[in-house]
Design a protein around this ligand. Sequence first.
Ligand SMILES: Cc1cc2nc3c(=O)[nH]c(=O)nc-3n(C[C@H](O)[C@H](O)[C@H](O)COP(=O)(O)OP(=O)(O)OC[C@H]3O[C@@H](n4cnc5c(N)ncnc54)[C@H](O)[C@@H]3O)c2cc1C
Length: 300
Amino acid sequence: MEKILKRLEQYCTIEFDKSFKILTTFKIGGIAKYVIYPKDEFSLKSILDILHENKLPYKVFGHGSNILCSDEIYDGFIIKLTRNMGNFYFTDNELIAQAGCSIITLAYKASAKSLSGLEFASGIPGTLGGSIFMNAGAYNNSMSDIVDSVKVIRNNEIVWLSNAQCQFGYRSSIFLKNPDWIILEARLILKKGNINDIKKLMKNRQKRRLDSQPLNYPSAGSTFRNIGDIFAWKLIDEIGFRGKTIGGAAVSEKHTNFIINKGNAKAKDVIDLSDQIIKTIKEKYGIDMIMEVEKFDWKK
Ligand SMILES: Cc1cc2nc3c(=O)[nH]c(=O)nc-3n(C[C@H](O)[C@H](O)[C@H](O)COP(=O)(O)OP(=O)(O)OC[C@H]3O[C@@H](n4cnc5c(N)ncnc54)[C@H](O)[C@@H]3O)c2cc1C
């Protein structure tokens, strides 16, 4: 391994034995043995060549805001684009940004230029890459409304995919089916708007989140997807799970589709709690709940 690490170090910074409690907004999980920060796009390509050549597992993380990591040690490589691949620029109404950018930062930068389209994302604590990966959205808008094209490393080559090729759906895209592809950059199309209207809308959205979401506790946002026009929070409320607690994990009193980490929660606590929700809703309504939060490196 030492030889491999030496080769990798030409292309990235490597940090060792980092807790998933730091790498995710849930603040849950075991240890990531290797966390690497590629210097740039070309370095990332070389890194992937080395990892593939040595059959080493890897996983890209954005801000870790939609991931529940297992309590175990992860022996592979976490690749983070947030440190060196977060540049962006505007041309008229277009925004070209690297995958490691914070989507909140992009929303605020766009608003300062009177560009409308990213207001919905101004409270989503993810990166551009993570948001495109799952077609993040809120208030009836989603990334697919503004993505023109996405640059991706796919099967060892760098290609641009059009919006249609990304196969966006409700919290889904082609990237979910191809987790070894890496999103590098995207071109977003925004609209000229009125700066005061844009700022007002963002302020309203922010207030709505503060009023309805348990933002004072670590979480990964909504735990389950809505089913058509049935809200997941409503079903969870109806089965009487508001406030239900297992270990350090609890269904939020404020928003029942949020499972929160009330302190030192284990991944197992969250899984046990969500399994009980899934089972009870299936028994009572015959509905299959689907997790929106991704379980990573889950070992039974
Ligand atoms: C308080 C709170 C509120 C939230 N509100 C919303 C909301 O309103 N709407 C919503 O949709 N979500 C919401 N979320 C969930 C989350 O913020 C989004 O899903 C976000 O898009 C995840 O981005 P991330 O960078 O954190 O991705 P991560 O959680 O780091 O990763 C998620 C997945 O994307 C993959 N990925 C990340 N970057 C790349 C890349 N460059 N290339 C390929 N794959 C990549 C990862 O491998 C992983 O499979 C919320 C979360 C929290 C904690």
